[in-house]
Design a protein. Structure first.
Length: 755
C-alpha cells in the first residue's frame, strides 16, 4: 500500500501558489532582442519553466509513503544463575547446583546452535544484576565458580527486557535455584514476570537444588552480634548473641566465645549450649567476659561445624573489643533525683565519655530508716579516682564512709561537692572530717532540716553570672559554635550555697559578678578538691551550649584526677560500624581533640588504609578544621583492616589514631541453603497464557524443539517514507538540476548573442 501527499512551505498552499505565480509572471518581462527565432524563444522559455517547476517541487515537498510487511528475527533469552547459593551440594549425586546447571548448559549448546536463522540467541549470567555473555562461537563462556553475593531475579529480568526493547522475544529461559536473596531489590520478581506477560513473552523456569524441609536440613548460624565493644580493664563485659538452630531438635549445639589478641593467639573464654527441642528456633545466649589487660582484641562467637550441615560459613561472627587501661572511675552520691536536673545532665556527660565510668548511688531521703549507709567495703574494693557528693545530707553516710573518702583523697584521689539544699553547712558537713577536705570554710551555725522548709539565709539567690577569677585549666571554657567567648554567652546560675569563704590555700576559679565564690579549688594531702556551690549548669544545655557544659564538667573531673595535661592529645577515628561485606560503602570521620575534649585547630590529618597484609593505601578525605570525613568501598579480600590517622601541627606530629574494621564472608546467599523451586514455578505460571512453564533440566531439549517448531508471529508492518528533497543526496540532485538548467539557459543566450 502506498500514497502521496504534500508538505508545502509554511503548511500553506496559498503561499507556494503566490510564489510560483510571481515566478511565472516574471517570464513576461523580457528585453526585446532582434533576430530571435520562435524556436529559440520556446527553448529558453521551457528551460525557465523547468527551473520554476523544480522550485515549486522544493516548496511543496511531495512525499511518498509505502507500507510493506517484513519478517523479523525473534530472540530467545537464556539466563543462568552465578550467585554463591549455587555452590550448595544438594544435587542427586552430591554435586553442587552449579555443577548440575553447568552440565545442563553444555547439553543445551548444540540445540541452541541449530535453532535456525529466524531465531537469535542471547545468553546472560546473573546474580544481583544481569550481564550478557558472548555466544558467537556457539559455546557459553562459564565462570570457574559462582561468586555473586546476592540474587536479584526481578531486577535481572527487567535489565534483559530493557536491553532488548523492540525485539520479539520467543521466550525467556531462567536457570536458577529460585532463591531471591538481596536486601532491597530494584524490581520485584512478580512485577518482572507480569511485565513479560504484558509483552506476551513466555517465561520458562528450570530449577536446580532441593526445597529442604527444615526438619531435615541441618544448619546452625550466628545471627546477631554487636560489631564493637568498649570496656575498662577488669570490668565485666556482657556479650549477647542469637543462634538460629534448624533441623537439630534435642541435639547439643555448642557455642563458643573466643578472644583473639593482637598476636593472633586465640583463647576460648566460655562455651554454652544452644540446643532446642524445636525444629527451628532462634536461641539467645549471653556470655560474660572480664578482660585482664588493655589493648585491641577480636571477639568471635563460633559454632563448630555440625554433622550434616550443608553450609558452615554462617557458623561464626566476629566483633572488635577495645579494652581501656586506667579509665577514670567516679563515685557519685546523690540524695535527690526526680527534681534535680543537675545530676541528670552531669551523668550524661560522663556517659558520653569513653574514658570515664560512673558509679551512681541514689541514697533516698525517704528511706531514712536505712541511714546511715555504709559504703566502706565498696569504696575500698572499687578503687575510685574521683568522689562527687551532690545534694546529700551528711547524716546519710556512716562516719566510717566519710572517713574512708577523706582518707582516699588524702592518698591522691579527687573530691567534688556540688551545691544543694543539703550540701556544705546546710548538710552538716562542717561537723565531719570533710570540713578539712573541702577548700572552703562553712559556718558552724548552718543546718537544714531534712524535708523541712528551705532556709534562705544559707543560700545566695540568683541570677549569678560566671566570672573567671584565675587564668586556670578549669576556667578555660573556650567559645560557643559562633566563636563567642563562653563566659559571655552562658546563662547565669540560679543560685548558690552561702559559705564563709575560701580557705587560705583555696583558689577561687569562678565567682559571681558581685564576688560570691562559685568554684573554689584546693588540695588535701596528695589529692585535689573542688567546691562548686551552684547546681544549675544544666540550664546551659537548653539554649544550645551543651558543648560548653560538657567541657566544664570534663575539665573538672580530669583536673581532680590529675589528668589535666594540656599536651595530651586524642587522635580519633570514628566508624559507624566495624563489620562489612565486600563492596559495601564505608564511611568514617577522624579528628584530634585536647584532653578536655575540645577539637584542636590548625591540625593536618593524613589517613591511610592498612590491609591484612600490611599494605598501606592513602585515603582521600574532605578536609575540615581538625576533622576530616572520608568514604570508600569495602575491599573484596576478607580480613582485618585498619584506618590509621596521623595528626600534625606546624610540622610536629601530635600522634596517631586507629579505627579497625573487618571484611567478613558471611552473606545472604549462604545463610539459608534451601532452594526455592516453588518460587520459580509461581513466576512461570504468571505467563502461562503465553506458554510459560516450569521444566526440569532433562526436559530442556524438548523445550527448545517446541520453541523452534512454534516460533512467535514475527511479521511486522514496516513503513517507508520518501520526501523530495529531504535527504542529503536528493537535495544535492535538486540543486544541481536547478543550477544546471540556469547555466544552460545562460549558455544559450550567450551563444545567441543575447548577452
Amino acid at each position: 500500500m502506498s500514497y502521496w501527499y504534500m508538505q508545502p512551505l509554511g503548511e500553506s498552499y496559498l503561499l507556494v501558489g503566490i510564489l510560483v505565480f510571481v515566478l511565472v509572471a516574471l517570464l513576461g518581462i523580457r528585453p526585446q532582442f532582434q533576430g530571435l527565432t520562435s524556436r529559440r524563444h520556446w527553448i529558453l522559455t521551457g528551460l525557465r519553466f523547468a527551473v520554476i517547476f523544480l522550485i515549486a517541487l522544493t516548496l511543496l515537498r511531495p512525499t511518498w509513503v509505502r507500507t510493506v510487511r517484513e519478517t523479523q528475527t525473534s530472540l530467545l533469552v537464556v539466563l543462568f544463575d552465578t550467585s554463591r547459593s549455587m555452590t550448595v551440594p544438594d544435587s542427586g549425586d552430591g554435586s553442587t547446583r552449579w555443577d548440575a546447571q553447568r552440565q545442563a548448559l553444555r547439553r543445551l549448546e548444540p540445540s541452541l546452535k541449530g535453532l535456525g536463522e529466524e531465531l537469535d540467541v542471547a545468553i546472560y549470567e546473573f546474580d544481583e544484576g544481569a550481564r550478557r555473555v558472548d555466544f558467537t562461537d556457539a559455546r557459553i563462556p562459564l565462570p570457574n565458580k559462582p561468586d555473586g553475593r546476592f540474587t536479584d531475579i526481578g531486577s535481572s529480568l527487567a535489565t534483559v527486557m530493557q536491553q532488548n526493547l523492540g525485539k520479539k522475544i520467543a521466550g525467556v529461559l531462567l536457570l536458577s535455584d529460585g532463591a531471591q536473596r538481596i536486601y532491597t531489590p530494584q524490581v520485584e520478581m512478580q512485577q518482572a514476570a507480569r511485565d513479560l506477560a504484558r509483552l506476551e513473552t513466555p517465561l520458562h523456569t528450570i530449577p536446580f537444588g532441593k526445597a529442604i524441609d527444615p526438619a531435615q536440613a541441618r544448619d546452625v548460624s550466628v545471627e546477631t552480634l554487636a560489631d564493637h565493644y568498649t570496656v575498662f580493664v577488669k570490668n565485666q563485659l556482657s556479650v549477647k548473641t542469637s543462634i538460629r538452630v534448624q533441623g537439630m531438635a534435642n541435639l547439643p549445639v555448642p557455642v563458643q566465645l573466643i578472644v583473639e589478641d593482637a598476636q593472633g593467639q586465640k583463647t576460648i573464654v566460655e562455651t554454652k549450649d544452644a540446643s532446642t527441642d524445636k525444629v527451628q528456633e532462634v536461641v539467645d545466649i549471653v556470655f560474660q567476659y572480664t578482660p585482664e589487660v588493655s589493648g585491641q582484641f577480636k571477639l568471635s562467637v563460633v559454632v563448630p561445624p555440625q554433622d550434616g550441615e550443608l553450609v558452615t560459613k554462617n557458623n561464626e561472627l566476629s566483633a572488635y573489643l577495645n579494652v581501656l587501661e586506667g579509665g577514670l572511675k567516679i563515685l557519685y552520691l546523690e540524695g535527690r533525683t526526680l527534681d534535680r536536673f543537675e545530676q541528670k545532665y552531669l551523668r550524661s556527660v560522663v556517659a558520653a565519655s569513653a574514658d570515664m565510668e560512673l558509679d551512681f548511688r541514689w541514697i533516698n531521703r525517704r528511706r531514712r530508716d536505712t541511714w546511715p549507709v555504709d559504703l566502706v567495703d565498696d569504696i575500698q574494693r572499687e578503687k575510685y579516682d574521683v568522689f562527687i557528693i551532690g545534694d546529700l545530707d551528711s547524716s546519710a553516710l556512716s562516719p566510717e564512709t566519710i572517713d574512708v573518702i577523706a582518707k582516699q583523697v588524702e592518698n591522691g584521689k579527687g573530691f567534688l561537692m556540688l551545691g544543694g539544699f543539703n550540701s556544705y553547712g546546710a548538710g552538716g558537713y562542717q561537723t565531719t572530717v570533710l570540713q578539712n577536705v573541702l577548700p572552703v570554710e562553712m559556718s558552724r551555725f548552718d543546718r537544714q532540716d531534712i524535708g523541712g522548709e528551705i532556709r534562705t539565709d544559707m543560700h545566695v539567690p540568683g541570677p549569678l553570672s560566671l566570672v573567671a577569677k584565675q587564668n586556670h585549666f578549669l576556667s578555660s571554657l573556650g567559645t560557643d559554635a559562633e566563636g563567642n567567648p563562653a563566659l559571655d554567652v552562658l546563662p547565669p546560675l540560679a543560685g548558690a550555697n552561702k559559705i564563709v569563704g575560701p580557705k587560705p590555700r583555696g583558689m577561687t576559679i569562678f565567682e559571681s559578678s558581685n564576688g560570691v565564690p562559685l568554684l573554689v579549688a584546693g588540695e588535701y594531702g596528695l589529692g585535689r578538691t573542688l567546691a562548686f556551690t551552684a547546681d544549675s549548669t544544666w540550664q546551659w544545655v537548653l539554649p544550645g551550649y551543651g558543648d560548653i557544659h560538657k567541657r566544664f564538667w570534663r575539665q573538672a573531673i580530669l583536673w581532680l584526677a590529675k589528668k589535666d595535661g594540656l599536651d595530651t592529645r586524642d587522635i580519633w577515628v570514628q566508624l559507624g560500624q566495624r563489620r562489612f561485606v565486600p563492596g559495601s560503602p564505608i564511611q568514617f570521620s577522624a579528628g584530634a581533640n585536647s584532653q578536655s575534649g575540645d577539637p584542636l585547630r590548625s591540625v593536618t590529618l593524613e589517613t591511610v588504609l592498612v590491609d591484612p597484609t600490611g599494605k598501606r593505601t592513602p585515603l582521600r578525605t574532605l578536609p575540615g578544621d581538625g576533622v576530616v570525613e572520608g568514604s570508600f568501598d569495602a575491599p573484596e579480600a576478607t580480613g582485618d583492616y585498619t584506618i590509621e590517622v596521623t595528626a600534625t601541627q606546624e610540622g610536629t606530629t601530635l600522634g596517631t589514631g586507629q579505627g579497625r574494621f573487618f571484611i567478613f564472608d558471611q552473606d545472604l546467599e549462604l545463610s539459608d541453603p534451601s532452594a526455592r523451586p516453588s518460587q520459580l514455578t509461581a513466576l512461570s505460571s504468571i505467563t502461562r497464557e503465553f506458554g510459560g512453564k516450569s521444566w526440569t533440566p532433562e526436559e530442556l531439549p524438548q523445550l527448545l524443539e517446541q520453541i523452534k517448531s512454534r516460533p512467535p508471529e514475527t511479521e511486522v508492518e514496516v513503513q517507508t517514507k520518501w520526501t523530495w528533497p529531504e535527504s542529503t543526496r536528493d537535495s544535492w540532485i535538486n540543486l544541481i538540476l536547478i543550477v544546471g538548467l540556469l547555466s544552460y539557459e545562460w549558455y544559450l543566450r550567450k551563444r545567441w548573442s543575447m548577452v
